[in-house]
Design a protein around this ligand. Structure first.
Ligand code: BMA
Length: 839
């Protein structure tokens, strides 16, 4: 069946739907969802249990050892076959596929990241047609490669005895990772379209910004056309909002592919600004090609005008690594993004939108599309453009060397070309990175000895690395996206030695993988931190999705099967937890505490990175989100529920941020501003005991220069505290301007474990204004990490959560909900840290 999409007058485009699937050795065909995966189709028909639940992951491992096929029948009207050209566009086939149209083999595909366009003019006919796509088992397909190589690649995240993932140009995390299951999918994961056109079509419209000043932006349009009928045509570039004078050119197009170069100018350009610095202005540009009868082809693109430079060069301190956006040095705030599901086509537009709203809410200006996942859908980059979210784009290689035979390299070359071309118009696209951690791993992870490679085998891997990441990919970027920064691997430096923290970007895993205390975040500050993290468990409702009511322990069977960090995992969480907190009294307390632990630990890092600006110019934590429900380093779980971490990130990444550090006997107060304007505000510090008795106050006006970090106040702790018992005091600090709190923070002089908390009496009052509930909380004594939830709605999103409630300082929390105030009173559950104590 065909679903019609409107295009230019003399071309037609339809999405092919109504698909069926079967195993290749079976005669039964069943209804399929396309785009989709074989796993989700089998699930739909109740032929497999939900792989995200319990230990079902194990029960579905047979799927990737089978061959599968998909088919659809569709009618093509006579006026379609009369067109000059008929093409099938297959935007994503996962992965080893043979495509048959009306029984005739028309294409072979071997890379899920490459969309294909096939000329089907000679094969298609008026009336009924049948398209069939066979997907060969990626495991069976790649086993001969392994047997021929005679060695095992050190792909430690591939959760099978023989890691075949390296051979397949397919999302690496499908084969397992330390936060996700092994679910090796097959299927048509992006749409299939049939297109008919006359004379000429536009394949690509690249708008390369050549230069920009306040007066003018020079754009070079490179329009790739494909001509079926040579002749003279009119090419036009117009602005939908009249932001520049349309350009027209009459040109002769010869048969086949060609590129038209058309420069144009935008006067008084409005710039695209990253989140926090202004509006990410976008221009909509339309390209058309016509003959004297009218428009033949049309393409619309959105662009943003800005400069982005990555300044990675030797300096007096080592080697810098930072972004300069529109000429200003930018401190990058954000996280590492992994695919939002094991089954990629299942991620709805709503989920994309929500995730970007969540990034924006947490004051991100950058997101890293990490190399073990997938080049994201166009929608992802459109949202990044709209939200001012800079994108750090890895090529999809992570944590292992890769083959480097001719066929493999040719396949990667095609993949790079396809994705660079697809993404290069996006103003959010900040940089290309060759891979995740393969560089540091080769030098530091002990592979040669660990896997017992011969010198010859090892040399081959090293040479392969050079060919792939230092020759092929940078050449592709230079040719197809010249001017955009490329570097061969993130991180540039390892984290073992002191000098590592003076050069380039860094993934500091001393905390977690190295079991160093959270405080080590303060002493391990690189020039740009592109990964650091700590695991936590999702909230109870998310846990209950995959583990039954009786599973009240992180070591119960389903819980353990969802803990994919087998080297550290639960043990690390427990060790760190008992360092800082008392053992929680029950399972819900444990889940809550794991989130508090993660958030508090990460807070140290985020604040320290920002304080260290401009030495350090970026903080991208590991990891933003999840691909299934389970414990992981994420701040937002699989169902989109914010963990404590995401609330903490929002505060720690605020445009202006106040924080304090205790050094020896003094307390130092820092203010970091990412704003482009200087600021004058009032600093207010209140020291009180846990019952709210004021011990000391300090107030001063502070001038904060634009885009800096500065220490604004330092005082000996004895001066601040007098004789007060450090285990019973709170230091509350805030920065106020025009009666508005720009940022606030709380400092404690004792570890949380040592704090002498007393049971608080929290009074709650709720009012409603339209769709918003206002929940006011008051306490008589310090309540740490106050956590609000609704009994029957695990998705309730409170305006703040896991915050410290101080005596004498009521807090009002907003909740967007349809509940009456009375129902809210009944539904609302409030707990704080002391509720996790056994006595
Ligand atoms: C980093 C990432 C991932 C991994 C994470 C946690 O190195 O690049 O490979 O999931 O660590 O171990």
């Amino acid at each position: 069946m065909l679903t019609h999409i409107a295009t230019a007058q003399r071309s037609e485009e339809k999405i092919l739907d109504s698909w069926e699937f079967s195993r290749t050795d079976d005669t039964r065909w069943r209804k399929a969802s396309v785009p989709g995966t074989i796993h989700t189709d089998l699930l739909q028909h109740h032929l497999i249990p939900d792989p995200h639940v319990g230990m079902n992951e194990k029960a579905v491992q047979w799927i990737d050892k089978e061959d599968w096929q998909y088919r659809t029948a569709f009618d093509v009207p006579a006026d379609w076959t009369a067109h000059d050209a008929l093409e099938l566009e297959l935007q994503g086939l996962d992965t080893y596929a043979a495509i048959y149209l009306n029984g005739q083999h028309i294409l072979k595909s071997n890379n899920m990241f490459v969309g294909r366009t096939v000329d089907v003019k000679e094969v298609i006919r008026t009336g009924r047609n049948e398209l069939r796509i066979v997907f060969y088992s990626p495991i069976k397909h790649d086993m001969p490669n392994f047997l021929q190589d005679g060695l095992i690649y050190p792909a430690g995240n591939d959760a099978s005895d023989i890691p075949l993932s390296v051979y397949a140009r397919k999302a690496p995390y499908h084969y397992g990772w330390d936060w996700g299951p092994r679910l090796v999918t097959s299927g048509i994961w992006r749409p299939v379209k049939l297109r008919a056109w006359d004379k000429v079509t536009i394949r690509d419209a690249w708008m390369q910004q050549r230069s920009i000043t306040d007066e003018q932006a020079q754009i070079q349009a490179a329009i790739t056309v494909f001509t079926a009928d040579a002749g003279k045509y009119k090419v036009e570039i117009t602005s939908k909002d009249n932001s520049f004078r349309p350009i027209q050119q009459k040109t002769f197009l010869s048969k086949g592919e060609g590129i038209l170069q058309l420069p144009f100018t935008i006067n008084q350009p409005k710039r695209w600004w990253p989140n926090g610095w202004g509006t990410p202005h976008l221009y909509t540009i339309q390209v058309t090609i016509s003959d004297d009868k009218g428009i033949l082809a049309r393409k619309e693109v959105k662009i943003g005008l800005r400069t982005i430079q990555v300044i990675n060069r030797p300096d007096s301190l080592g080697e810098s690594f930072y972004l300069e956006v529109n000429g200003r040095p930018l401190f990058a705030k954000g996280a590492n993004y992994i695919p939002q599901d094991n089954f990629l086509p299942r991620v709805s537009d709503k989920k994309y939108q929500q995730l970007f709203a969540d990034m924006k809410a947490a004051n991100f200006n950058m997101v890293r599309v990490w190399g073990g996942g997938s080049y994201e859908n166009d929608r992802f980059y459109e949202l990044a453009d709209e939200q001012g979210m800079l994108v750090w784009q890895d090529f999809m290689f992570a944590c292992t060397p890769y083959p480097s035979g001719k066929t493999f390299l040719a396949n990667v070359k095609e993949e790079a070309a396809y994705n660079i071309t697809r993404l290069r118009n996006h103003p959010s696209l900040a940089l290309w990175c060759g891979n995740n951690e393969v560089g540091v791993a080769i030098n530091n992870w002990g592979w040669k000895e660990g896997y017992g490679y011969t010198n010859q085998q090892w040399e081959r891997m090293l040479k392969g690395y050079e060919q792939l990441f230092r020759e092929l990919l940078p050449q592709q970027v230079a040719t197809l996206d010249s001017g955009r920064f490329y570097f061969h691997s993130s991180p540039i430096s390892n984290w073992g030695k002191k000098e590592d923290f003076t050069k380039g970007d860094n993934h500091y895993w001393g905390v977690w993988h190295g079991m160093e205390p959270f405080d080590a975040f303060r002493s391990h500050i690189p020039r740009f931190m592109s990964e650091y993290g700590f695991q936590s468990f999702p909230q109870l409702a998310t846990v209950r999705h995959f583990a039954g009511e009786h599973e009240n322990d992180s070591y119960s069977p389903s819980m353990l099967s969802h803990q994919k960090s087998t080297t550290r995992g639960n043990q690390a969480i427990n060790t760190y937890m008992l360092r800082d907190y008392r053992a929680p009294k029950d399972f819900p307390s444990f889940l809550y505490l794991s989130q508090v632990l993660q958030a508090e630990g990460m807070k140290i890092a985020m604040e320290a990175h920002r304080q260290a600006k401009p030495y350090c110019m970026g903080s991208l934590y590991w990891q933003l989100n999840d691909c299934w429900p389970g414990p992981s380093w994420s701040g937002i779980d699989y169902f989109g529920r914010w963990k404590a971490l995401h609330y903490y990130v929002r505060k720690a990444f605020a445009p202006v941020m106040i924080s304090a550090v205790q050094q020896q006997d003094s307390l130092h107060t820092w203010i970091v501003s990412d704003e482009l304007q200087p600021l004058t505000a009032m600093l207010e510090i209140t020291v009180m005991d846990i019952q709210g008795h004021i011990i000391n106050t300090h107030k001063q006006q502070v001038h904060i220069p634009a885009n800096t970090s500065s220490k604004v106040y330092a005082a000996p702790t004895t001066q601040l505290l007098g004789k007060a018992d450090t285990s019973r005091v709170i230091c509350y600090m805030k920065l106020v301007k025009d009666n508005k709190v720009l940022s606030d923070n709380v400092h404690y002089f004792a570890s949380t474990k040592a704090l002498q908390l007393e049971r608080p009496a929290i009074a709650i009052s709720i009012t409603r204004q339209q769709e918003e509930l206002y929940i006011t909380l008051r306490t008589d004594k310090l309540a740490r990490h106050v956590y609000l939830s609704l009994k029957d709605d695990p998705d309730a999103r409170f305006s703040d959560n896991y915050f410290d409630l101080l005596p004498g300082m009521p807090v009002t929390i907003r909740l967007h909900a349809g509940l009456s105030t009375q129902a809210a009173q009944q539904q609302l559950q409030v707990m704080s840290l002391i509720d996790t104590y056994k006595h």
